[in-house]
Structures are given as C-alpha cells and as structure tokens.
Design a protein around this ligand. Sequence first.
Ligand SMILES: NC(=O)c1ccc[n+]([C@@H]2O[C@H](COP(=O)([O-])OP(=O)(O)OC[C@H]3O[C@@H](n4cnc5c(N)ncnc54)[C@H](OP(=O)(O)O)[C@@H]3O)[C@@H](O)[C@H]2O)c1
Length: 346
Amino acid sequence: MGSGRNVAVFGAYGHTGRFVVAELRERGYVPLLLGRDQDKLQALAQANPGLEARQASVDDPASLDRALVGAAAVINCAGPFASTGAPLVEAALRAGIPYVDVAAEIEANVDTFAHFAERARAAGTVVVPAMAFYGGLGDLLVTTAMGDWTAADEAHIAYGLNSWHPTTGTLASGVVSGQRRGGRRVRYTGGQLEYHDNALPTLEWHFPAPLGAQKVIGEFSMADIVTVPSHLAIPEICTYMTAKAAGDLSAADSAPIAVDERGRSAQTFVVDVLVRSGGTERRASAAGQDIYAISAPLAVEAVDRILTGRTKTTGVASAGAVFDAPDFLRALSPHLSLHVPLDTRG
Ligand SMILES: NC(=O)c1ccc[n+]([C@@H]2O[C@H](COP(=O)([O-])OP(=O)(O)OC[C@H]3O[C@@H](n4cnc5c(N)ncnc54)[C@H](OP(=O)(O)O)[C@@H]3O)[C@@H](O)[C@H]2O)c1
C-alpha cells in the first residue's frame, strides 16, 4: 500500500485525472490535486475532503515547483500533452521525482523520449510516457507475448472496443496531433515512423471469444507504435481499431456516461496482441471495461512499482521496458481478464 505518500496529479479534475485520484486513494497514497483552474480544483477538493489542491500552470515553472513540493512522484493527466508534457517533465526533474503520464499523442511521446532520455538517466530517475490504455497496456502485452524473444518480425495490436465516446481531452489531443502531422497519417514500418496519405485499410480481426470476428481499421496508429519499438527490435508494428469505435470517435457526438459506482462507462475493450517471428506466432490479450478508467490502475501501479524499487531501468522508458511486464499485468487482474502465454502465468 502507498503508506500515505503524496503523489501529485496534474489535471486532477479531468475525466482521467479523477479516476487516478480515486485509485491513488484506494491504494493508500495521498493525491495532491494539481491543475490550472482554481475553481475546478476547489470543487474537486470539496468532493475529496482532506486533500490539498494546488493551482499551477505550465506557463509558470515556479508554480509547478511549488505544486510539487513534498510529492514523491507526479502523474500528468492533462492533455494535450504537446502543451503539458515537457513543462511537467522539467518540473519533475527539478524536483528529483519520477514522472508518469497518460499521453496518447504519438508525437508528444516521441518528444518525451527524444528530449529527456539523457537528463532523466543522468538524474537516476524514471520518466514513463503513455502509461495508460493506449501505449502502456499494448506494450505490456507485446512484451509479455514476446517471452524470451528479444526481436520479432511483426507486432499487431488490435483494439476491440464496442464503442468509444471520447472526452474533450481526447478530441483536443487528436486535433493537436493532426495539426502536428499536417493532416497526414502515420504508421510504423521498416523500423521507423512513416508519414503518408494512403487510405486506411478495412480488415477482419479474430478477437478471442466472446468478441470473435470484427471489422477493424488497419494502421489506426496509437501510442504503441512509439512505446513498443522504444525497447523491442520489431520493425513492423501495426495497430487496429474496431470500425464501430473508429466511427464513434469520428462522430464524437457524446462523452462517456457513468454506469457504475466507480464512474465507469459501459464501454468494453479487448486488446489482442500477436507477435510473429519467422513462422511462429505468440499472442496475449486483455479485456476489461472503460479505457479511461483502466488507465488509472495502469498509471498508479506504475508509480507504486517505481516508488518501491520494482523497476528495471532509469531514464525515459515505456511500461514494457521499465517493469516486469507479466508480473505487472498479473497485478492488474482485479481490473483485467488476461489471456497470456502459459510460461508467463507464474
Ligand atoms: N493513453 C491513453 O490511453 C489515455 C487514456 C486516458 C486519457 N488520455 C489522454 O489524457 C488527456 C486527458 O484526457 P481526459 O479524458 O482526462 O480529458 P478531459 O476530461 O477533457 O480532461 C483534460 C484535462 O487536461 C487539462 N488541461 C488541458 N490542457 C491543459 C493545459 N494546457 N494546462 C493545464 N491543464 C490542461 C484540463 O484542464 P482544464 O479543464 O482547466 O482545461 C483537464 O483537467 C488527453 O490527452 C487524453 O488523450 C490518454
């Protein structure tokens, strides 16, 4: 348990931030509520008596420094991360504390690796970008499916979402990423990101039962095309999205609606991973409810492991590189139904 240590949550009153605050409390940490809007912070503090709210802005480094005083780690839930990522990593490095974020933006995650790898390593601390549903979970599953392989020819990560009602933050991040790409698409092929204008293919993906065969959009690139190749030698990495969820995202006509006491929506997901080397395939998958809600146990488990010394490296590292991936997934079993290879079940 968290032993009452303070963990700062930037963007605490956002949809994902609220799940993270609740998860930290459940695990015995004391969240520090950080954000740029004093009124929204106060409202959240009133709903969480005893928690401290600290206003801070990414345009004001001193305010970030004050907000991080006494924090053992910071989780950044405020996106678009193109705006918030670098200032928060800088502040975490100044404070000498680990940094974890939930960024789904491909370019923002590339920036975090590119700009902070050396300084984070030199500081002996760890910076974990995309420690969430997109980027983190797929990387943990790919790493687990790989088992003793250190390289593979291909990795495929298929997102079986029954629906996707995006938050304001998701939509804003999509707009920013689209602008950064000049309206182009991106995929990971030949060992690098490639920008292109091709139409995305529609295919059929056979998810584990009960979902079964579903129409998916191929090259629907998510943060996994940054996190996975950051530590695994796989030249071809492709992500897929159920056509239904991709359609919902484009329509963007409603936000998530809570259907249970935890605030989760009725959305269900399966993340199905296949890695191929020569003629051999290995698979792993995880199923659960609500892609925003599941991001909280992912980010908080990461912080807990960092603060209890259960890490494999320092610097900027994705989930699969910094943690024991099968063990991490097992720890999430209250939240995820796992189908992982026999030799990694422990
Ligand atoms: N990788 C994943 O699987 C995953 C999972 C969940 C979320 N995310 C990402 O996390 C981000 C938040 O998502 P959400 O669902 O929580 O959205 P949300 O409910 O709209 O919340 C967005 C939060 O970000 C804050 N924010 C935005 N720009 C800011 C800035 N420049 N400075 C300070 N705070 C800022 C907002 O504060 P104000 O209200 O003051 O604007 C709000 O607290 C998005 O980028 C989303 O893509 C990724």
